[in-house]
Design a protein around this ligand. Structure first.
Ligand SMILES: [Fe+2]
Ligand SMILES: [Fe+2]
Length: 303
């Protein structure tokens, strides 16, 4: 008799598209899913010290400095987001343990993944805050550091995941756009690398969101409520472009605090809208293609 047990893993590590299904069918255990996450994380790791060293600081334009300054600050808010997700996932997971153990596993797997997310965001934050330290530009003060570390108030799990997916949409689009605008090859590589991470985070949030919806315990309404909150006129999608700074009191929403001054704005709202529809479909299975359709679907859910 063999003492070596077969291990369940995909050929190349991937984000599981059907996380509720793999638990409900008994196909995978939490340990199987954890190994998949570990492999996916390791396959994509990059070295922040090496990438930052490849940037020619003397060649950076004023716009490049403004981009670095904005996103050094923005990335400070990801650690409290990930810390909160770890906490929320554990408490939510326990809530479902007897009623729907497979849902409890989906949420526990999300909490397990939150540490990879946190670690990957650490690369973004540390690269950019370090670059900013070396530039003759406004530094991140300790007061600002502390302010941006404030933790979001708790919310429903699906709404939380979809809000985080929306934040990743914004970062994916903006880093890609900034990579295309900079003329320094080193900074372009760093921005592209971060954009790729952000797109993977978005896909992970969608996968866990879909897991919640597949359980039948979370209505797609939660995802549509957040999409509507972003896409409505004057909504969160516009963020800083609304021309007013929202003071939340409890936490800092990074997209409110952006200030591009003389630099070209890297928004590409059309792309952000399209990605929002993709995320909604991945999470809920419902296809929409305009802000009006999002609003109609949301109104239908709220009756
Ligand atoms: Fe990030
Ligand atoms: Fe991210």
């Amino acid at each position: 008799m063999s003492t070596i047990a077969p291990v369940k893993e995909s050929q190349t590590a991937e984000i599981l598209p059907n996380v509720y299904g793999v638990f409900a069918s008994g196909q995978m255990t939490l340990a199987d899913v954890e190994w998949e996450q570990q492999r996916f994380h390791e396959r994509r790791r990059w070295n922040a010290v090496e990438l930052v060293e490849q940037i020619n600081l003397d060649s950076l334009s004023e716009a490049d400095r403004i981009y670095i300054w904005n996103f050094a600050r923005a990335e400070l808010t990801t650690k409290p987001g990930a810390d909160r997700l770890a906490r929320l996932s554990d408490s939510e997971s326990r809530k479902w343990q007897s009623e729907d153990p497979n849902l409890a596993k989906v949420i526990q797997a999300c909490g397990t993944w939150s540490r990879y997310w946190n670690e990957e965001e650490a690369h973004h934050e540390a690269s950019l805050t370090h670059l900013l330290r070396r530039l003759d530009f406004e530094p991140v003060s300790d007061d600002m550091f502390l302010e941006y570390r404030q933790i979001f108030p708790d919310d429903d799990m699906l709404r939380t995941l979809f809000l985080l997916a929306m934040s990743e949409i914004k970062t994916t689009v903006m880093y890609t756009s900034m990579a295309n605008k900079t003329s320094d090859p080193g900074l372009r590589t760093l921005f592209r690398q971060i954009a790729t991470d952000e797109a993977h985070h978005m896909r992970y949030f969608n996968a866990f969101g879909r897991g919640l919806v597949d359980s039948g315990k979370y209505s797609p309404k939660g995802a549509f409520a957040i999409a509507q909150f972003f896409l409505r006129e004057g909504g969160e999608m516009e963020g800083y472009a609304r021309g007013r700074k929202e003071q939340r009191g409890t936490h800092v929403n990074w997209w409110d605090q952006l200030d591009f001054r003389s630099a070209e704005r890297p928004d590409d709202f059309e792309r952000q809208h399209k990605l929002t529809y993709v995320c909604l479909e991945q999470v809920t299975g419902i296809r929409v293609s305009t802000p009006e359709e999002v609003e109609d679907a949301w109104l239908e859910f709220v009756g």
